[in-house]
Design a protein around this ligand. Structure first.
Ligand SMILES: [Zn+2]
Length: 418
């Protein structure tokens, strides 16, 4: 077994800090909205670094960038490593950038050590992951995976009516490569955006899947009544019903920790007047779980909560599905490669699922995929104060490096003659 070198943690940190200068905003944050001038500058910098590393770059029609390091066997689909360089309007320096810049650091390390891999390695920067300028999120990856047509992707409009196609044209990143994406494996490194790794003192999360989501809109129908003259026993109080539901949904969530979530996040009431019992309450609720069976069970219990509370409070109700995302289980070989790498490097790690959306989720439908998470200080993301320590970026990148080389294989003279 060849002993692999380690990645250069200082160089990886410098790349993050240089990228963070692009679209820099007060408080150490960045604003690189998809297909904006700042996104173009980030893409240009990434492209320059890739060219300096001897990579060949292609940009597909939806603006996804692929930077390729040739392998000994060019007939095989590459091992793909990446994430996204776009950000939220008041985003941080690490969300997305970590996955792309890790890919770059891996290639630089291979170059320095003169290591040839059996199959090619490509770094990818997916278009419009954040979904704040153009909906939906992970649009570039969704189009590449064939879930959304190119026409629909092009037609996505920002709040000023500018389409993604126009925006990409304007910055020169509507590429000419076909949407014909293939890879042997896809590895994505990302900040956790949650508190779990930090809380447990883990260096790396080995992400084996992503939560599915069942989201609903619930309407409770009661009756307006005077708050002074109507005894409680004679009321049909939609707000009281909503309060009962909120408390029970929270209890449900507690029961399904740590891999399940259930939430009521939005509530509107009518008439919302000081002296009138509420006649109507509309709230959103969703449950999330990585296991399809558990997700079904959570949905069943959510419906039961709404039904029982409505009956107890004398309310009518409707419960309408709003959004459904199936749970994902990532590829076991890719997960294994990442976990073995973390063990071999002596890093404290844990297996976990993603509760957030990532490019890896659509990609996992068409290519063997897995992710790692690195710790987020105080669990903060999508905020200028987002922070991951240099040693955590370095550790995560080493895990990606070892796993990527394992999946790509080392080109050996023995194989040449085999
Ligand atoms: Zn991200």
């Amino acid at each position: 077994v060849t002993k692999l070198p380690k990645i250069d943690g200082g160089r990886l940190w410098s790349a993050h800090m240089a990228m963070a200068e692009v679209g820099r905003i007060p408080g150490d944050g960045v604003c690189r909205l998809a297909a904006s001038d700042e996104d173009k500058a980030g893409r240009d910098l990434f492209a320059r670094w890739c060219e300096e590393a001897g990579l060949s770059i292609r940009v597909d029609k939806i603006g996804n960038m692929f930077a390729r390091r040739a392998g000994r066997d060019e007939s095989k689909p590459p091992v793909l490593i990446g994430s996204h360089l776009d950000s939220q309007p008041t985003g941080g320096r690490f969300d997305g950038a970590f996955g792309v810049l890790s890919g770059l650091e891996i290639v630089r390390t291979l170059n320095d050590a003169g290591i040839e891999t059996e199959i090619p390695i490509e770094i990818v920067n997916w278009t419009n992951e954040e979904g704040c300028r153009f909906q939906p999120s992970s649009l570039g990856a969704e189009v590449a995976a064939g879930h959304i047509s190119l026409e629909v992707g092009f037609g996505a409009k920002d709040e000023h009516g500018v389409s993604l196609a126009e925006a990409l044209d304007r910055i020169g990143y509507r590429g000419d490569a076909e949407i014909a994406f293939t890879a042997s494996a896809y590895l994505e490194g990302h900040i956790e955006q949650g508190p779990i790794l930090e809380e447990h003192g883990d260096a790396v999360g080995i992400v084996y899947g992503a939560m599915g989501i069942n989201a609903y809109t619930v309407t409770l129908i009661g009756r307006e009544a005077h708050t002074g003259t109507t005894p409680v026993t004679h009321r049909k109080d939609a707000l009281y019903g909503a309060a009962q539901c909120i408390a029970k949904v929270r209890a449900l969530a507690m029961e399904f920790e740590p891999n399940g979530r259930a939430t009521v996040a939005r509530l509107l009431i009518e008439p919302n007047a000081r002296s009138v019992v509420a006649s109507k309450a509309v709230f959103t609720t969703d449950c999330r779980h990585q296991s399809p069976a558990e997700l079904d069970e959570m949905s069943r219990r959510l419906k039961q909560i709404v039904e029982e509370v409505s009956a107890e409070c004398g309310l009518g109700y409707t419960m309408t599905p709003y959004w459904t995302v199936p749970p994902r289980t990532f590829d076991s070989d890719c997960v294994e490669a990442l976990q073995e790498a973390a063990s071999a490097l002596g890093l404290k790690h844990r297996r976990m699922v993603s509760g957030a959306g990532h490019d890896a989720i659509p990609v996992s439908a068409v290519v063997p995929t897995a992710m790692i998470f690195v710790p987020s200080k105080d669990g903060v993301s999508h905020h200028v104060s987002e922070y991951t320590a240099p040693e955590h970026l370095e550790a995560g990148c080493n895990v990606l490096f070892q796993a990527a080389v394992k999946l790509a294989g080392l080109a050996t003279s023995a194989r040449h003659h085999a």
